[in-house]
Write a protein of this length. Structure first.
Length: 498
């Protein structure tokens, strides 16, 4: 029996596969073939010193762009975020769902085979209807043993299945691009928060150093006041500046904790248990090549995702149009049936049936037309969304390029201001010691130096943060060509896959 079953269904399977493959290839595909719509473009960036036009040099490492900052603490945190960030895990799970959805659509390429073995025992009434046949009836009790198999296949004559597969594959790739976009958002947010935290560390060190200097100044003024050389006003002025500076240092600790807690969430750790040791900001922004504006179409995962969503919407137009055409279903049934289980494997117990049906909706009240209109409108919306994404990408890169150029100039001039403030403080202190000026000049010089040093630290931090944002705007070294490998293809072994 097993050999007979194997031979029967091996031959049937081969026949069905050949028939289905032939019809699948021969069928036509309705709906528009996808072609990427044009997007707003520009020839070059609006660059000022120190930027220069240049070809892309792949200055951003692929996969781990944050290593360009050469900060081991940042590298460690980024590695933790890629493993433990919950938002990224959500995106990865949705990618798996998209892959499974694509696999479901690809599975429709093959016929389905099912079986329903059953055993029944029944008693027929002795008074059952005979439909006019003059026979003598009597009650009958009988057994029925059956091992039926059914096979079915919907022929893709007009491409509905192919368009559905096309849409599912494009959606799978869109989700893959979304994963890369989420990864870029998480890692860039982490880098931005990290450099904000380090900038606050630098400010806190400036404040701590200033508090120590002011305390020494206060001790000096108190000593001179006791000797009758300095006035009480000098003491009060120095105390005021000392306490104000100390207050700033305390408030910065709160701001630092906010950034520390934000980083904790990004790396998947509870905020109360997460701490980062203070360290002065000493990193320098890396040299980055912006490349050409047209490169963004391939380097930004959000643009790639929007482009793949257009492909999905385009394929759905074909799916909607296929509803205008008839569907062809081929089916078959076979197996063994007997009233005696001992005779179930006999040739005489075999049965089979083949058939086909064609279905076509004639009047639908305009539902099919509305579905096509809906699909076309969805495609138009995706085109507009794609173009808007491209425009936003141009803006983000241009903003960061312009911002970095301004910050470079600001840092240079601010460093000069700090140097001048230090000279002013030294001169004021010397003149006060010589009795040439009041202590107000010293206090003013101390306050100006503190303000200038803080501003310099802020500018240094902003340069690093702007560099992070520029890397993010350029796509983080990602390339859309990697999406070509994100697909589910039918394989011969899938014919017998459950």
């Amino acid at each position: 029996m097993r050999k007979a079953m194997r031979a029967c269904f091996t031959g049937a399977r081969t026949t069905w596969v050949v028939l289905a493959t032939g019809i699948f290839v021969a069928g036509c595909t309705v709906g528009p073939n996808y072609k990427r719509p044009s997007a707003p473009s520009t020839v070059k960036w609006d660059l000022t010193e120190p930027w220069r036009e240049g070809d892309p040099k792949d200055s951003i490492p692929k996969g781990q762009w944050w290593t360009v900052f050469h900060d081991e603490d940042l590298n460690t945190l980024e590695a933790q975020s890629l493993v433990a960030n919950q938002t990224l895990k959500v995106s990865l799970a949705r990618l798996e769902q998209a892959r499974a959805t694509a696999a479901i659509q690809v599975a429709t390429v093959f016929p389905t085979l099912g079986t329903d073995p059953n055993v029944t025992r029944q008693r027929l009434s002795g008074n059952r209807a005979t439909n006019g046949v003059p026979i003598q009836l009597k009650p009958v009790t009988q057994n029925t043993y059956a091992v039926p198999f059914t096979v079915s296949y919907e022929v893709d004559l007009f491409g509905r299945r192919r368009r559905s597969i096309e849409a599912a594959e494009a959606s799978y790739q869109a989700n893959a691009a979304d994963v890369e976009n989420v990864r870029l958002l998480v890692t860039s947010q982490l880098a931005g928060d990290y450099f904000n935290l380090r900038e606050l560390d630098s400010e806190m060190q400036i404040l701590t150093r200033t508090v120590e200097a002011l305390q020494k100044g206060l001790d000096l003024v108190n000593s001179r006041h006791k000797g009758g050389v300095a006035s009480g006003l000098d003491v009060a002025q120095e105390e005021t500046l000392l306490n104000t500076t100390h207050t700033q240092a305390v408030l910065l600790q709160q701001q630092r904790k906010f950034f520390e807690d934000a980083i904790a969430v990004l790396v998947g750790q509870p905020a109360p248990d997460f701490h980062i040791e203070p360290r002065v900001l000493n990193a320098e922004p890396p040299a980055l090549d912006t490349g050409l504006p047209s490169d963004l179409l391939e380097r930004r995962p959000d643009i790639a995702e929007a482009e793949r969503q257009m492909a999905v919407a385009n394929a759905e137009i074909g799916v909607a149009k296929a509803a205008y055409y008839p569907s062809l279903n081929i089916f078959g049934q076979g197996g063994w049936q007997s009233a005696d289980i001992a005779k179930l494997a006999n040739a005489g117990s075999a049965f089979w049936a083949l058939g086909a049906n064609v279905g076509e909706a004639i009047f639908t009240g305009g539902a099919r037309r509305a579905q096509v209109q809906f699909a076309r409108a969805g495609y138009d919306a995706n085109v507009a969304s794609y173009r808007q994404t491209v425009l936003a990408a141009f803006q983000e890169v241009q903003d960061q390029v312009t911002g970095l150029a301004v910050l470079i100039q600001a840092q240079q001039s601010q460093q000069q201001a700090v140097d001048a403030a230090r000279r002013t403080l030294d001169i004021s202190t010397s003149r006060y010691s010589g009795g040439l000026v009041s202590y107000l000049d010293v206090v003013t010089a101390q306050q100006n130096l503190l303000t200038d040093e803080q501003e310099l630290a802020v500018i240094q931090g902003q340069r690093l943060i702007s560099s992070v944002l520029l890397v993010k705007a350029l796509g983080g070294g990602w390339d859309a060509s990697s999406l070509a490998a994100v697909q589910v293809k039918p394989k011969a072994k899938d014919i017998i896959t459950p």
